[in-house]
Write a protein that binds this ligand. Structure first.
Ligand SMILES: [Zn+2]
Length: 415
């Protein structure tokens, strides 16, 4: 089988085998005739973009640009397990943006839930980590979160599960959570599959369901990430494969019973619901899981983001990272006092301590006094009880791009 998708499209003059027609009406008829009772749904990021979830790869969201300015080696690094191990703060900046609770299911999520209510859903395989499928009402026995999700979390060292409420507190506070097992203190990470990690076993346990499907519906995925991208090919010949997506992707369109519906997922499923006579049920199901709230929230985000200047967006990101770095270092009062003492000695305008008690000899031995000016500015960040947050930000901004959390970590040690 060749991989050149563009040359593999089926001949439009040859009629489909299973469907009456290669369009929405043909798919609706197939379902209404009771020929689709084991539907497998495959979803990706496009399912959730209308929920307002920022795509971190998209330059338009601002998120990517800001993370990039914090010197990630690549946008993907934020989901790289070895990078996370050395520097978890950027991930937690993203986690705060993506954490479940801010977002509500889309109409397309509710369509999948409706399929389940009608006992037509065999399985949903999603690449999304936002838990919106659960929120829409898809039960866990019908759901494979192929790339994991924010639903649970654990220590990356001893693998002990971490409490949901503690996780929520950390994410909201913008702090990096650490394992509560005595002597461990490992980093805690949501059970999201990072690059370099294996897919959850449930993916492999249920992958055979593709071959059992009598209809495959693909929603909002570019089918770019293996092995998920290979799933549509596991559907048996003659089983209709229907894709709702902004672009034609994968080998969809190469089989006689493939239907490609280009455009927005929500719009597409609403058209299908119309053709099925399910539209009222769909809208009711969606409203029940917060559809109206979602609409309002999306509007709010859409209005808020463009009004923030680039500097404000950057400052917001820096602010979050700064808070996380402080927490990671677990700066104690003693440490702050020690830092202040050292700084007071070097900055004559800020003599809140007794600079006179520092002898020249002590100065030479003092790592703070001997640090370069930029390092001194970084340390200002940890003096949250001494310096207002506004001052901290001003200090940070003036020293960008050198002032990075990794440098900060690298030049300081835990007390
Ligand atoms: Zn641990």
């Amino acid at each position: 089988m060749g991989n050149d998708i563009s040359t593999e499209q089926s001949d439009p003059s040859i009629p489909p085998r299973s469907l009456a027609s290669r369009d929405i009406d043909g798919v609706a008829q197939f379902i209404l005739e009771g020929r689709a009772k084991r539907i497998v749904v495959l979803t990706g990021a496009g399912l959730s973009t209308s929920a307002g979830i920022p795509d971190f790869r998209s330059p338009e969201t601002g998120l990517y640009a800001n993370l990039a300015r914090l010197d990630l080696p690549s946008p993907e690094a934020v989901f790289d397990i070895s990078y996370f191990r050395s520097k978890p703060e950027p991930f937690y900046v993203l986690a705060k943006e993506l954490y479940p609770g801010h977002f509500f299911p889309t109409v397309a999520h509710s369509f999948i839930s409706l399929l389940n209510e009608k006992d037509l859903l065999l399985q949903l395989f999603t690449q999304n980590i936002d838990c919106l499928e659960r929120k829409a009402g898809v039960p866990s026995n019908k759901l494979v979160e192929a790339h994991g999700s924010f639903a649970t979390q654990r220590c990356i060292d001893c693998k002990t599960q971490f409490a949901d409420d503690l996780m929520k507190e950390s994410v909201i506070a913008g702090s990096v959570p650490h394992c509560t097992v005595p002597q461990c203190n490992g980093l805690v990470k949501p059970d999201i599959v990072f690059f370099g990690e294996a897919l959850p076993s449930v993916f492999h346990e249920r992958i055979h369901m593709l071959a059992m499907a009598d209809l495959v519906i693909i929603l909002g995925t570019s089918l770019a990430v293996a092995p998920f991208s290979t799933l549509p090919q596991l559907a048996s010949e003659g089983v209709p494969r229907v894709m709702f997506n902004r672009d034609r992707v994968g080998d969809i369109g190469s089989r006689l019973d493939d239907v490609v519906l280009l455009g927005d997922c929500d719009e597409g499923v609403r058209r299908l619901a119309d053709a099925l006579g399910w539209r009222d049920e769909l809208e009711a199901a969606w409203l029940e899981v917060g559809g109206k709230v979602k609409e309002t929230e999306v509007e709010r985000l859409r209005n808020a983001r463009p009004t923030m200047s680039e500097d404000e967006l950057l400052e917001a990101e820096i602010n979050k990272i700064t808070a996380e770095v402080e927490s990671t270092l677990k700066v104690t009062d003693d440490h702050v006092a020690w830092v202040n003492k050292a700084l007071d000695g070097s900055l004559s305008t800020r003599s809140t301590r007794n600079p006179g008690t520092l002898t020249n000899e002590q100065d030479l031995d003092d790592p703070i006094r001997n640090a370069d000016p930029v390092a001194e500015q970084r340390l200002v960040v940890s003096r949250s009880d001494k310096v207002s947050s506004v001052t901290s930000h001003a200090t940070l901004d003036s020293s960008l791009p050198q002032n990075r959390p990794d440098d900060f970590n690298g030049s300081s040690s835990k007390t």
